[in-house]
Design a protein around this ligand. Sequence first.
Ligand SMILES: [Zn+2]
Length: 179
Amino acid sequence: MIKEEESEEIATYTSKCPVCSRELTVKDYKYSVPFYGDIVISVAQCNNCGYRHRDVFTLSSGEPRKVIYKVEEPGDDNALLIKSSTCKIEIPEFGASIEPGTYSQGYISTVEGLISDLIEITDYLCNQENAPKEKCQEIKTMLEKARENKVSYTVIIYDHLGICDIVSSHKKPIYEKLN
Ligand SMILES: [Zn+2]
């Protein structure tokens, strides 16, 4: 999605690996996102245990907010999704959500990419022994229809730092204040 040559390395530093406690290297890159502005992608890599973590930041943070984006026709899902590890993402129509937290990654993708991710996660969870097979199938069918643009759905981001966003050239999301 984002090419290396469009990025600018702005910092390299070391930190402690959360898995093996050895030293790991963190590199920060600056990217310019069309219709949005500059963001920083931080990539941590542990050479000892192989731990990798990616996160997304903005140079300035904003107000806590809710971002609501409706996908109603083909092309709406080409919108860019800017996600940091601190945001919660929800698609109420499918009962799907991605929770923030230590193991949550930050990334830039498209809404279509988010749906593909959710299909992968659902596949993984539904292959567990005690998974509710019927419910799994129901969610998967919905997500696949979404990927083929056969159903409308809403992507809602709960963002306490004002970093996460959905950026489209032809359609603006609705922003609400988050308490
Ligand atoms: Zn490590």
